[in-house]
Design a protein around this ligand. Structure first.
Ligand code: GCV
Length: 719
């Protein structure tokens, strides 16, 4: 619902664009098939596969080999435009087999002779390895690469590759921009085809774990009614190598068990959780474990009882351990009331607990110290917990990056985080050396195209590929996805990959350049709000993060300010604290500088800031033009959908730039540098923009509550 004139104008533009996109949607290329489209390769490309493969031979009985065979049959028959049967051993066959080796999930693809037949042998470490190998072989054909004289092996670098859904039991999705939840709780335990297609997509990129429900958890997911439904999903996904985890509400013993406390050291609480774990494993023998958000944004946790995060995590880990389960404990904690820099809070709470967590606990740390901003430095905990198993958590859904508008490919962003140098324990250690798992907050909903746009699918894909191999080359991942999704025509592949590779930086520039962060409008995080300073907790205000005034801008995190730099290894901290060394991209994250401060390029800060906003918008305009030129080479349905989405992205980028410049200029009082035009409207126009509803925001769920709600007078979260 709109409440002001400016917002009406912005939205009218956006809605027209969206309507134009929607009107062209028919059924053929509606995005449902994701990167598993299996449309016939162009005849010239198909020619290289003329003599093989001829068939698929399954050497051992296993539901996963059966899934692999069925996928190969479907994929190869489609790509090669000829039937590829599942049959006995014959020349040119693909042979599926596995052995007990490690690591689980590894595979080898080899051209060999078997009982006198030349075949392509797909052999896995465990049958799940064969499944991954089958998808790898399919990928070779999808991307038109040769499969003659093959000897190729690969293995997952991380054992846990997990999608975290923030789905509520009422069907809403927190920070979801792709429609309602995929999980049809009313229909389950009945399994529909879409659940299988979801599992196929995940398996194709190596995802092996799924958390079904929001970390702002509803305890009812642990009741027998829901567990029966969860068990049905676990059964359906087992052939695809996917284990289910659940977000557990720490106060469940009170809410479900009628206990008076959820104190982790209370014997009755421990007994309640032990019985609950036993009950879960009776119906789901390979249940993965729990994910817990505790004492964060109003969620209950051990600190309510003056216990530590380790006390809480270890109590739950102990009940999972006999069943082989894992406990993921989130390090996303901060207190709205704290006076210290928000960026320092998680480290302050968790670093002293290093070595105190049980061996089946993984501490799940967001990529940056604040909250999935378009750009953040890496989280200092990655260099501070050498005796604790760590997971990196990234956000696939674009809460802070324009939701589902246009193209913002996150492979480059995650790779930047994963490859950040922590310098601990070795001088060259990187974040990727410190982790044993990777979790991604899913961008998947019940929209026909799964992720809210064709290009948002690419983020799901990139997440899986980087979780499999955090050192993977993002350009190669982008190229694979492009070929699989848009075809192998170089006139299409090259420009799309180029757009993907630059899209995130363009978005950073248009929204929060030079290390700015959290400048989004409050709560729903849609659109700019750098002037906002009326939130009840100081650290929910964008002004808290930009610290802009008449003299300058930026958050001093050096020793003269919050000294957050001290949480990094000394050689990293020294550089970040030094204006001659800190990268421009993180300048205002770590430093407060005057508007006339000169960057190493010689430009003043003010001029550079305006320049970055403009170049972000220009890059997004460039993506619009590139996409227009692709019209002759892309099917009309998807071309129109992406064109509409890119136009919306451009409108929103202009809005971000103009609103931000209008606000910062009201403080700096400096003229715009030559060649830059003034914002389209006065500052008051942008400040008046209000939205009553934005998808994914404040999705209600029984038992879930958020600090922002609490402080506005709603009843506090239990207990
Ligand atoms: C699930 C941010 C988001 C919240 C989210 C939270 C978290 O604060 O805005 O919607 O809550 O992160 O990661 O727990």
């Amino acid at each position: 619902m709109l409440s002001t004139t400016p917002v009406r104008l912005i939205l009218r533009g956006i809605l027209l664009v969206a309507a134009a996109a929607a009107s062209s949607i028919a059924s053929a290329e509606d995005g449902y098939d994701l990167w598993l489209r299996y449309r016939p390769l162009a005849p010239a490309l198909r020619a290289q596969y003329a003599t093989k493969p001829t068939a698929i031979f399954v050497e051992r009985r296993s539901s996963r080999l059966a899934a692999a065979a069925s996928e190969l049959q479907r994929g190869l028959s489609g790509l090669l435009a000829r039937p590829i049967p599942v049959s006995g051993l014959r020349d040119g066959a693909i042979v599926l087999t596995y052995t007990n080796c490690s690591p689980t999930g590894a595979y080898r693809l080899r051209s060999v002779r078997l009982h006198g037949h030349p075949v392509t042998l797909v052999s896995g470490c465990g049958d799940v390895g064969t499944l991954y190998g089958a998808f790898a072989l399919l990928r070779l054909v999808q991307t038109a690469r040769p499969i003659e004289h093959l000897d190729l092996s690969d293995a997952p670098k991380l054992s846990l590759r997990m999608l975290d859904h923030w789905d509520n039991l009422d069907g809403t999705v927190e920070r979801g921009y792709a429609g309602a939840s995929l999980w049809n709780w009313r229909e389950l335990p009945k399994i529909d085809k879409r659940m299988i297609d979801y599992a196929r997509a995940n398996a194709s990129i190596g995802i092996n774990a799924v958390v079904l429900n929001n970390v702002n958890a509803d305890a009812r997911i642990l009741t027998p009614l829901y567990l029966r439904k969860v068990a049905a999903l676990a059964d359906a996904w087992r052939p695809y190598g996917i284990r289910i985890f659940l977000s557990a509400r720490f106060s469940a013993p009170i809410e479900l068990g009628g206990l008076k406390t959820a104190d982790p050291l209370d014997p009755s609480v421990r007994a309640w959780w032990r019985a609950k774990a036993d009950e879960i494993y009776r119906v789901i023998p390979d249940f993965g474990g729990f994910l817990v958000k505790a004492n964060s944004e109003g969620q209950p946790g051990p600190q309510t009882y003056h216990r530590t995060h380790a006390d809480g995590a270890n109590m739950l880990a102990a009940v999972l351990a006999p069943h082989g389960g894992t406990l993921l404990w989130r390090a996303f904690v901060y207190s709205g009331a704290a006076t210290d820099d928000r960026a320092k809070q998680a480290y302050a709470e968790f670093a002293p607990l290093d070595g105190k967590f049980a061996s089946n606990v993984i501490v799940q740390v967001k990529n940056g110290p604040i909250d999935f901003q378009p750009r953040e430095p890496f989280h200092p905990l990655f260099g501070a917990m050498p005796h604790t198993r760590l997971a990196i958590e990234v956000q696939v859904t674009r809460e802070y990056l324009g939701e589902n508008a246009g193209i913002v490919w996150l492979g480059t962003m995650w790779s930047e985080a994963l490859r950040s140098r922590t310098a601990r324990p070795e001088p060259n250690s990187q974040v990727l050396d410190a982790i044993s798992a990777m979790a991604g907050v899913a961008n998947i909903g019940s929209d026909r195209d799964w992720s809210g746009s064709d290009f948002d699918q690419a983020n799901w894909y990139a997440f899986g590929r980087l979780a499999w191999n955090p050192a993977a080359d993002p350009a190669r991942v982008a190229e694979d996805w492009t070929r699989m999704t848009w075809g192998n025509d170089p006139r299409v592949v090259k420009p799309i990959v180029a757009m993907m590779m630059t899209s995130r930086e363009a978005t950073v520039d248009a929204m929060t350049p030079l290390g700015l962060a959290h400048q989004m409008a409050s709560d729903h995080h849609y659109g700019p709000g750098p002037w906002v300073s009326d939130q009840p907790a100081p650290l929910w205000n964008p002004t808290y993060y930009n610290r802009a005034d008449a003299h300058g801008i930026g958050f001093d995190r050096t020793a003269t300010g919050s000294n957050a730099v001290a949480q990094y290894a000394s050689q990293i901290a020294r550089c970040l604290a030094d204006l001659r060394c800190v990268p421009d991209s993180e300048l205002l994250w770590f430093h407060h500088v005057s508007w006339t401060y000169r960057l190493r390029s010689g430009e003043t800060l003010w001029n550079a800031l305006v320049d970055r906003y403009d170049s972000g918008v220009a890059d997004i305009a460039g993506m619009n033009s590139t996409w227009s030129r692709l019209a002759p080479h892309v099917d009309p349905q998807r071309h129109a959908a992406v064109a509409g989405s890119l136009r919306r992205q451009l409108l929103e980028a202009e809005w971000w730039r103009d609103a931000s410049i209008a606000y910062f200029q009201s403080l700096s009082k400096l003229p715009l540098p030559p060649g830059h035009s003034a914002p389209a409207h006065p500052l008051a126009w942008y400040e008046a923009v209000r939205f009553d509803t934005v998808p994914g925001f404040l999705a209600p769920g029984i038992g879930s509550c958020r600090t922002s709600v609490v402080t506005r007078g709603d009843p506090p979260c239990a207990p």
